[in-house]
Ligand binder design. Structure first.
Ligand SMILES: Cc1ncc(C[n+]2csc(CCOP(=O)(O)OP(=O)(O)O)c2C)c(N)n1
Ligand SMILES: [Mg+2]
Length: 555
């Protein structure tokens, strides 16, 4: 059977659901269903409406990861989903608990991340009488994440199972269920049922032959690998395909590391040349959005994604396929009969790659003071192990990282993706630390970004999650200040107070803090942070005059 990403075995679920005897409250029923689905962690912030869920998870040994704001619980669930390629679950209280997770649900939607949020809800038997936190969530959540109210205690388990299966099946995405207080506090039988799974979309062999022919004929092909390559668990077949066909690969989002950054066919800095000069552009597992110039003006454009609904309709395509990417790559690798002659093209791209690397070298080694933000990466990258997970939450500071931090394995890089929501860092980093307790976790923070969810530094300490947070502290909203100056000749609403002691904030919460003001002090501070085994903020004061060189891409 072809890999289609993580989908639980329905027959096993049915057996587990049927084997459950006895009665329990709705929260226990929910927890038993989650456990049968393999859920080991639930991100949450408490509230009376969801006490039964908390009790159920506690009884079933599901780890509750509680945060200081619901958004960060939901970002935790999204981070978990995107790193483990399984479902990420959050439980939040009625009313404001639910309104607080709208941005994370929207972001999970843009990233096609299988997140399930379980919401409390005012009691059904008093509906309309003005209960505490009473609000019908479904009409405003549903446009962001398909949403439904569970109306019967005996359906709690079955509804959760059906919702999780739906969320993890391509085209994946976030889902929301809310549970009236009486429904979760009441008792019912513990068992649950599981629905039939939809068949995975089939491979279209005529399209495979057409794409294989395009590959055979191409002299200058490129392939862009995006997040769904990772989510479909298709990195192995991808690598077989590009090696068989000798096609250079560029990565988008979580496609990073699907072909290791030091593989001879992996490219990054030559991307604009690659896109401009290619005679065949295969985009796999990512939408043809602003990150790819909306797919405009590309020669022989082929779009492959996990499901027909994900295939672009706004550009003309030479060919396309909406089916699990592992199967598509494997079928293509079979269909091409030997590598195309792309040697000259690979050499040309390698030259561009080298040319573009040279100017960055000087910045990575810069000993200017105030510190050049690139110098931080000059020091950090050599300290990172091959499987280190790097998370970006910020503007310019993270843009530099996107360019300079290589991924050697899939699932080593996490940023907000095309929805671009600041404040994701702590949720993502908690998920990373919990999912991979033995790996280095580096959270790259702009000083603006840290303000959104900075109190979660306390959650790192409380949950004993040794994340290394590195703040590129330039005292400004850099990604806004510089472009605004460029556009209007001045800037407004773009300053923060310079030199804020985020390191002391972490110390106040019980973690480690280090202030770095000299370039030579960066590496020792980072080493101490990784070796300490404690959550640490390394607060590096950087030069506010340095702006990331970008071409505007707002629309
Ligand atoms: C929730 C949210 N609000 C606002 C923005 C717009 N925005 C994008 S980058 C940025 C500046 C980030 O500043 P900082 O984190 O300090 O990083 P720097 O650019 O200074 O390195 C802003 C305000 C956003 N993407 N998300
Ligand atoms: Mg800043």
């Amino acid at each position: 059977m072809v890999e289609r990403g993580w989908v639980p075995e329905v027959a096993e679920l049915r057996r587990a659901g049927a084997a459950l005897e006895g009665q329990g409250h709705g929260g226990l029923i929910a927890a038993k269903a989650l456990k049968a689905l393999g859920v080991s962690h639930v991100f949450t912030l408490s509230g009376g409406h969801i006490f039964p869920f908390l009790d159920g998870c506690h009884q079933e040994g599901i780890r509750l990861v509680d945060t200081r704001h619901e958004a960060n619980a939901a970002f935790g669930a999204e981070g978990w989903a995107r790193l483990t390629r399984t479902v990420g679950v959050a439980a939040v209280t009625a009313g404001p608990g639910v309104t607080n997770v709208i941005s994370p649900l929207a972001q999970a939607g843009a990233n096609r991340a299988p997140v399930v949020v379980l919401g409390g809800r005012a009691p059904a038997f008093r509906w309309g009488q003005g209960s505490l936190q009473e609000m019908d969530h479904v009409p405003f959540v549903d446009p962001v994440a398909p949403a439904r109210t569970v109306t019967d205690t005996s359906m709690v388990g079955s509804d959760i199972v059906a919702t999780v299966l739906d969320a993890v099946t391509a085209p994946r995405g976030p889902r929301f269920l809310d549970f009236p207080l009486d429904v979760v506090f009441n008792q019912a039988g513990l068992g649950f049922e599981a629905p039939d799974l939809a068949e995975a979309p089939a491979i279209d062999h005529i399209a495979i032959e057409k794409i294989a022919e395009l590959i055979r004929r191409a002299e200058r092909p490129i392939l862009i690998a995006g997040s769904n390559v990772f989510m479909d668990r298709a990195e192995g077949p991808l690598r077989s395909l590009v090696e068989a066909a000798e096609v250079p690969v560029f990565a988008n989002g979580q496609g990073r590391g699907c072909v290791p950054a030091d593989h001879r066919l992996a490219f990054s800095r030559a991307r604009s040349r690659g896109l401009k000069e290619a005679d065949l552009v295969i985009v796999a597992g990512t939408p043809l959005d602003f990150r790819l110039g909306f797919g405009q003006g590309l020669a022989n454009l082929v779009h492959l994604d996990s499901h027909p609904d994900l295939v672009a309709r706004h550009v003309e395509l030479a060919a396309s396929m909406g089916a699990p990417l592992a199967g598509t790559f494997a079928a293509l690798a079979d269909a091409i009969d030997g590598p195309a002659d792309t040697k000259a093209w690979i050499e040309a791209l390698s030259e561009t790659e080298e040319q573009k690397r040279a100017p960055a070298q000087a910045e990575l080694l810069s000993d200017s003071n105030p510190i050049h933000p690139m110098r931080i990466y000059g020091e950090l990258v050599p300290l990172l192990e091959r499987d280190a997970i790097v998370i970006g939450d910020g503007g310019d500071f993270v843009s530099y990282a996107g360019r300079e931090v290589p991924s050697y394995e899939p699932g080593c890089w996490l940023d907000p993706g095309p929805f671009g929501c600041l404040g994701v860092g702590p949720g993502y980093a908690m998920a990373a630390r919990l999912a991979h307790p033995d790996r280095q976790i580096a959270l790259l923070y702009g000083d603006g970004a840290i303000g959104f969810a900075g109190t979660e530094l306390e959650s790192f300490v409380r949950h004993k999650l040794p994340v290394v947070c590195i703040v590129g502290n330039n005292g400004i909203w850099g990604l806004e200040k510089h472009p605004m100056r460029g556009l209007y000749g001045y800037d407004v609403a773009a300053d923060l107070r310079p030199g804020i002691r985020y390191d002391l904030m972490m110390e106040a919460f019980g973690g480690r803090g280090e202030l770095v003001t000299e370039p030579d002090a960066i590496a020792p501070a980072l080493k101490r942070a990784f070796e300490s085994g404690e959550p640490t903020v390394v607060n590096v004061l950087t030069d506010p005059e340095v702006a990331y060189p970008r071409s505007s891409n707002l629309a």
